[in-house]
Design a binder for this molecule. Structure first.
Ligand code: MN
Length: 385
């Protein structure tokens, strides 16, 4: 019997919204994502697994900040150095440098004994557990395009393929850009298990191929996703079971949409009030979308109410759509205005001044760009740095 933990899409270093964690002064969502990985490590250690496999997008970017890398190494060392459990990873699209000469941040993982495939070649790792040979073929994002069908190694008892990308027939929502499609042929060989990364929901693609899902949610496209990882067991005949283990994350709430036809500002305010009453919003990430909003109505919504909601929630955004319905706007169609994140509110302020002719075009653009830069820096700067 061999048991593995299959984890993926931890996206360490992801940050969003202007709120800072009061203790560390770092972006609160970045801290959330780091803590979600820590909770996944806790849950993995409780389950007495033989191997941990990460199927990519460990980091959210090619150049994660130093504290993000250190956070990853500290948590991962609890598995490798302290518990002595092997850990293998194949890089995803988010962390793969465009240039072959750029060093990948996953190179650091070697320092805590992780076996990491982050270049442009296939890699193979093998180990033995109670007389059972487990062979893991790793196809990192950089090798996906040049690779045809991958075959299992002949001398292993349990054969696992790890790769990162989107299988045919699935669509990612919002966070991903669709730059990582997998060719069906590549994952067609008779592996005992194919550990897939990139799609953020736990998902069975084929009898032997699963996405473990992400360890957090990275936008409202994933509001219904359950964060976690998978525990996979093998017996003498190959794959025995795949179980999704959920981990706790910050609540994300998509409130029922408002149809604002014929409403004036006072009525829209009242409707917002109704939607948020009796909902536990404290600390949550909350979105409320209003459709069919007439021109000029949104700017008259009670600002005191919106400010109060923004104080209670990690982030509260009221999205204003002039279209009649979500279908008319496209389910994630861009709103005409968002009352919420500071940067978006600032952009709205500058643009409406410009539209009214109070600011010249060139000045407004420069003002907007500079202001956004300051806000972003203010949100990400470490004290004293
Ligand atoms: Mn990805």
């Amino acid at each position: 019997m061999v048991k593995i933990a299959h984890i993926s899409d931890t996206h360490l270093g992801y940050s969003r919204y202007a709120r800072l964690d009061p203790e560390s002064n770092r972006n609160q969502r970045e801290v959330d994502v780091q803590e979600a990985y820590g909770r996944a490590v806790d849950a993995i250690l409780e389950r007495d697994v033989d191997v941990v496999i990460h199927s990519g997008d460990v980091f959210d970017s090619v150049r994660p900040a130093t504290h993000v890398i250190i956070g990853f190494l500290k948590q991962t060392a609890r598995i490798t150095a302290r518990a002595g459990i092997p850990y293998v990873v194949a890089a995803g699209n988010h962390e793969t440098p465009r240039l072959r000469t750029t060093t990948a941040a996953l190179e650091y993982a070697n320092l805590v004994n992780v076996h990491s495939a982050h270049g442009f070649d296939l890699d193979y790792w093998v180990d033995e557990f109670d007389g059972v040979n487990v062979g893991v073929t790793l196809v990192p994002h950089g090798a996906v395009f040049g690779t045809g069908a991958v075959m299992p190694a002949r001398d292993a008892d349990v054969n696992i393929l790890v790769t990162h990308g989107l299988v045919h027939g699935l669509e990612t929502r919002q966070h991903e850009m669709g730059e990582a499609d997998l060719q069906p042929g590549m994952i067609s060989a008779p592996f005992d298990y194919i550990a897939l990364g990139h799609y953020h929901d736990f998902h069975k693609h084929k009898e032997n191929a699963y996405y473990s899902g992400a360890t957090e949610r990275f936008g409202f496209g994933e509001v219904d996703s359950k964060a976690g990882f998978a525990v996979v067991e093998f017996d003498g005949n190959g794959l025995e079971s795949v179980e999704h283990v959920e981990i706790e994350t910050r609540p994300m709430i998509d409130l029922p949409k408002i149809s604002a036809k014929e409403m004036d500002s006072a009525e829209l305010t009242e409707e917002v009030q109704k939607r948020v009453s009796d909902v536990d919003l404290d600390g949550a990430i909350v979105r409320l979308r209003a459709y069919d909003v007439r021109r000029g109505v949104a700017s008259g919504v009670d600002r005191e109410l919106l400010r109060d909601l923004q104080r209670r929630c990690l982030n509260f955004s009221l999205e204003i759509h002039p279209e009649e319905s979500p279908e008319a706007a496209g389910e994630d169609g861009p709103p005409s205005a968002v009352f919420g994140p500071l940067g978006e509110e600032f952009a709205h302020f500058v643009n409406s001044r410009r539209e009214r002719g109070e600011l010249e075009k060139a000045f407004a653009e420069e003002f907007l760009e500079k202001g956004r830069g300051y806000l972003t820096r203010a949100a990400s700067e470490e004290p004293g740095a």
